[in-house]
Design a binder for this molecule. Structure first.
Ligand SMILES: [Zn+2]
Length: 324
């Protein structure tokens, strides 16, 4: 636990089997509010409870939980803390829509994954995928949301006034919270100091998440912020500098992909194989990582297509991209 400002504490919630190591939950003590909770494990719970106590707060006294978005390492303990404390959950309005959609969409995840893998040009992995058929059962767990938030909304809490910034991209429902008086930005996964958040597109979804992401980045430029409090890695200061770096990162990745396509036409997997990924080279990636990388590639290709730089066509169930 580290004190970040008067009444603001950073809690490091451990996350095993994940290279990021932990998620930061932020406790606003006077408002008895948690921003993000970490993963839903026993370990994580014990750690959150102990560090909150050190900051002078019992989890049973929490009044509000504000997840920045619906990923498991942010909402994992929401239900547990709510059950203990009766806290109200605040999240962006689209979080509710997302949960309803995923409930209404009673689809077979296995065939959806097969179709997507084929569409993206990964047919050679279909036999491998069949071995995991049974692990595709089960659905997205849903979480009750009491207070839907709107972009620009002001939350007048005890000891902190927070302005909601809707920042879709990494997740459609992602929000950042700005405390103008303390000059703090609670950034969730939207702006991280060293890595770029995963921005990807699932082939069954419409939309332009990379376009959204870049727009959401620019939305924060020029905010009066002294300290950025992210959900992973470390606290940093230069928000505008980091926004520019990430903007450039995506621009150069787009160029890299266009170069990979060259004069021909390529599948998403083929293009992904030529990208200089930060984690490890494509041939060393497991199928599951390749699939994530391919979805990230797709987000870039759709961004370029929407801006008239690429043509897209589907031939025998496989997507192909070429330069316009
Ligand atoms: Zn996330």
């Amino acid at each position: 636990m580290r004190k970040m400002a008067e009444g603001v504490y950073q809690i490091e919630v451990p996350m095993r089997h994940n290279p990021l190591g932990y998620t930061y939950s932020y406790l606003l003590r006077d408002a008895a509010t948690l921003i993000d909770t970490g993963v839903g494990t026993r370990d994580a719970f014990d750690s959150l409870e102990e560090q909150a106590r050190t900051a002078g707060m019992e989890l049973t006294d929490i009044k509000r939980i504000i997840p920045t978005h619906l990923h498991g390492d942010h909402i994992g303990l929401v239900d547990t803390v709510r059950r203990l404390s009766g806290a109200k959950v605040y999240a962006h309005r689209t979080a509710i829509e997302r949960q309803q959609e995923s409930h209404a969409r009673d689809v077979d995840m296995y065939s959806e994954t097969r179709n997507e893998t084929k569409l993206l040009g990964g047919s050679k992995y279909l036999d491998f995928l069949r071995r995991f058929e049974s692990s595709f059962r089960g659905r997205m767990r849903s979480m009750d949301i009491d207070e839907p938030l709107e972009d620009g909304q002001i939350l007048e809490l005890e000891g902190s006034t927070l302005k909601v910034y809707w920042t879709p991209g990494h997740a459609r429902e992602h929000i950042c919270l700005h405390d103008e008086e303390k000059r703090i930005l609670y950034a969730g996964d939207h702006v991280l100091p060293k890595i770029t958040p995963h921005v990807s597109l699932r082939s069954h979804l419409e939309g332009d998440p990379l376009g959204d992401y870049i727009e959401s980045l620019e939305k924060l430029r020029g905010l009066d912020v002294e300290t950025v409090l992210p959900a992973h890695q470390y606290v940093f200061k230069d928000l505008n500098g980091r926004i520019s770096e990430m903007h450039l990162h995506h621009k150069s990745r787009c160029e890299e992909m266009k170069k990979a396509i060259g004069d021909g036409r390529s599948t998403v997997f083929e293009i992904s194989a030529q990208v200089s990924w930060d984690s490890r080279p494509w041939p060393e990636m497991e199928f599951w990582t390749k699939r994530m990388a391919a979805r990230e590639t797709l987000a870039h290709l759709v961004y370029l297509r929407n801006r008239g730089e690429l043509d897209e066509e589907v031939i025998k169930g496989v997507l192909y991209y070429s330069l316009t």
